[in-house]
Design a protein around this ligand. Structure first.
Ligand SMILES: [Zn+2]
Length: 220
């Protein structure tokens, strides 16, 4: 059984999509690469060149995390510009996007209208009304450790169709299996059924079998 971790930073974790740090060279298993909204002022030109290069790598399975963040204090128009560039890159390469969004969901819904690549909101931790509008707009949602203690997220998970769900550890260090067990319990299904559904979701997005670390039980 594959306990796929849709978005992680921890180098010790072994199954799923590892998010490259800014300016980090490509890894030997599946990774995502993007410019996080918090980082867009750091070294704009260097970052953009880096992203254009690493995103061509066969192990780069998704663009991100990138998106919009209302907490950063960075000008919204500039954030939007850098995000648009990354959407265009994803469109060009036909790669899905891993989205980071804080307090800018209406802008994000607007951006969605003019793009065709699959978009997955990572670390979803918002209200049901937000979840509903994102699902209607075609986003998938990836859930992390907040599920363990947020009853409102558990309620959302009860209803959300399995073909729109991913699970992730993000920057936390815990065993992703515990999250699979928790979500299976919430959805009243077996852990196997949940793992199968997530595998199908990966296939649907053409992400399955792309040199994912830990696939076929061979972590490296
Ligand atoms: Zn992250």
């Amino acid at each position: 059984m594959l306990f796929f971790d849709f978005h992680f930073h921890h180098p010790r974790h072994t199954s799923g999509i590892r998010n490259l740090s800014l300016l980090e060279p490509p890894g030997d298993s599946a990774f995502s690469a993007g410019i996080h909204p918090e980082d867009i002022l750091l070294h704009p030109e260097k970052s953009w060149n880096w992203l254009q290069n690493v995103s061509q790598h066969p192990n780069c399975v998704a663009i991100g995390e990138c998106g919009l963040d209302g907490r950063t204090g960075i000008n919204d128009l500039f954030q939007e510009k850098i995000f648009r560039q990354q959407i265009n890159l994803a469109e060009e390469l036909h790669k899905p996007m891993i989205i980071h969004c804080v307090r800018r969901f209406s802008n994000l819904l607007h951006d969605r209208k003019t793009s065709t690549v699959p978009m997955i909101i990572h670390g979803f931790n918002k209200k049901e009304t937000v979840a509903d509008s994102l699902l209607r707009a075609g986003f998938s949602l990836s859930f992390g450790k907040a599920v363990f203690h947020h009853v409102s997220l558990q309620q959302i998970l009860k209803k959300i169709p399995l073909n729109r769900v991913f699970l992730e550890t993000d920057d936390a260090d815990f065993d992703i299996r515990l999250l699979y067990e928790k979500v299976a319990e919430i959805k009243k299904i077996s852990v196997e059924e949940l793992a199968d559904a997530i595998e199908n979701h990966l296939k649907q997005l053409k992400l399955y079998g792309k040199n994912m670390a830990g696939e076929n039980g061979t972590p490296h």
